[in-house]
Design a binder for this molecule. Structure first.
Ligand code: AOF
Ligand code: ZN
Length: 388
């Protein structure tokens, strides 16, 4: 029985040196999907004699998988082509049929993948099916990390049982987020706020704390008009954009007022408290009250994330909270990506600081990050960081 071949870019024979070009394209296509809910972002390119004869990506949960979209586009031209797929083709019948069967039926000559699917229902069996049918499968191992990076929450949820967490903050040049009286509208500019809309749209849930709800009365919804997407990008993501991310409030003592904006917009709201759901006196419609697991005086952040992953299929979530809750996520090591918008203004030393982190007494105790992206957004700067 043959097995899958794994090769690095520096091991490619001259006749296949162009494979990385097609794999890169497949991964780029995967990134076309803004939000695939609990499914991965996946892209596929079919190539015959250095010509792309079909390509596709998984647009939204419940829709065709990437391979099926590419096969439909290629029609008869799929026969004998090489299929480049960012993720191992599936072998199971879920909402759609198995892609490995579809590739076999279409008569592709070989399959090249970047990553193995961590879904236990697939996990190597898609590759095995193809090989059994006589179709050679190669993994381009240098692309594994890129294909994971395009759908980080899918892998994180499958491998660690919690979603990929982004934490968004906006501050002045001097690291302040609001004046002493609480006034904070607006630190960052319109373009930055529209960029945040994009982060929300990619998320299965937007998480905040009761402090922010009481102080700012935020909406935390996606407003398509503010997204600044090209019309074709909106059109091809219509399905996922029509669904609002869950709005999650961490509210240990159930203090969210029924009049809060966050409760009164289309979409679902989940309130995590330490109280049993029957302690809620005036439950708001379209709100689900959940008692956080783990006990304690505060909602356990880790258990709340586990619940979002397992009960609600969240893969990528966004924390948009104040200085205390954001710090708690960071200090608990639960933030994968910090996104900070820096506005070129000074708010002075009476203003409120970015994060409430106390007790750092020696340089060796500092929380350290690595910059993964840095750009100017209109008059602001956006820094993306990951903890190290
Ligand atoms: C692929 N290509 O484009 C995607 C795959 O519920 P379903 O039918 O959509 O199946 C979802 C599962 O299929 C998901 O958990 C993952 O294992 C795989 N996703 N596989 O071959 C794709 N989106
Ligand atoms: Zn599939």
């Amino acid at each position: 029985m043959k097995t899958m071949k794994k090769i690095r870019n520096d091991e490619l024979e001259p006749e296949i040196v162009d494979w990385p070009v097609y794999m890169r394209r497949a991964i780029d296509l995967a990134g076309n999907a803004i939000n695939t809910s609990s499914n991965p972002r996946v892209g596929c390119v079919l190539v015959t004699n250095q010509e792309i004869v079909g390509e596709g990506w998984h647009v939204a949960m419940g829709e065709d998988h990437a391979e099926v979209m590419a096969l439909k586009l290629a029609g008869d031209r799929a026969r004998s082509s090489i299929a480049f797929v960012s993720l191992e083709p599936c072998s199971h019948t879920g909402r759609t049929g198995p892609c490995s069967d579809a590739l076999i039926a279409a008569g592709v000559s070989q399959v090249v993948i970047a990553s193995i699917d961590p879904n236990p229902e697939v996990a190597g069996s898609g590759v095995a099916k193809l090989i059994e049918a006589g179709i050679p499968v190669t993994q381009l191992s240098d692309f594994d990390s890129l294909s994971r990076a395009v759908t980080p929450g899918y892998f994180k949820r499958r491998e660690q049982g919690i979603p990929y967490v982004r934490c968004k903050l906006a501050m002045s040049l001097d690291g302040r987020t609001a004046l002493a009286n609480g006034e904070s509208k607006w630190i960052s500019g319109r373009e930055s706020r529209s960029d945040v809309q994009r982060l929300r749209a990619a998320s299965g849930a937007v998480i905040t704390g009761i402090g922010t709800v009481l102080a700012d009365d935020p909406s935390l919804n996606v407003r398509i008009g503010d997204l600044k997407l090209a019309p074709e990008e909106i059109a091809r993501n219509e399905l996922s954009l029509s669904k609002q991310p869950l709005r999650v409030i961490l509210d240990s003592q159930l203090r969210t007022p029924g009049t809060a904006k966050i409760l009164n917009l289309p979409g679902e709201v989940k309130i995590f408290s330490i109280q049993p759901p029957d302690a809620v006196k005036n439950p708001a419609p379209n709100v689900e009250y959940l008692q956080a697991a783990g006990g304690g005086k505060r909602v356990s952040l880790h258990s709340m994330l586990e619940s979002l992953a397992s009960d609600f299929g969240c893969t990528e979530v966004l924390v948009e909270a104040g200085a205390t809750l954001s710090a708690a996520f960071i200090q608990a090591g639960l933030v994968d990506e910090l996104i900070i918008y820096i506005a070129p203004k000074l708010l002075g030393s009476d203003a409120r600081s970015l994060l409430n982190i106390a007790g750092i007494e020696s340089m060796s105790d500092s929380l350290d990050f690595e910059i993964t992206d840095l750009r100017q957004i209109d008059r602001d700067i956006r820094v993306v960081l990951k903890p190290i």
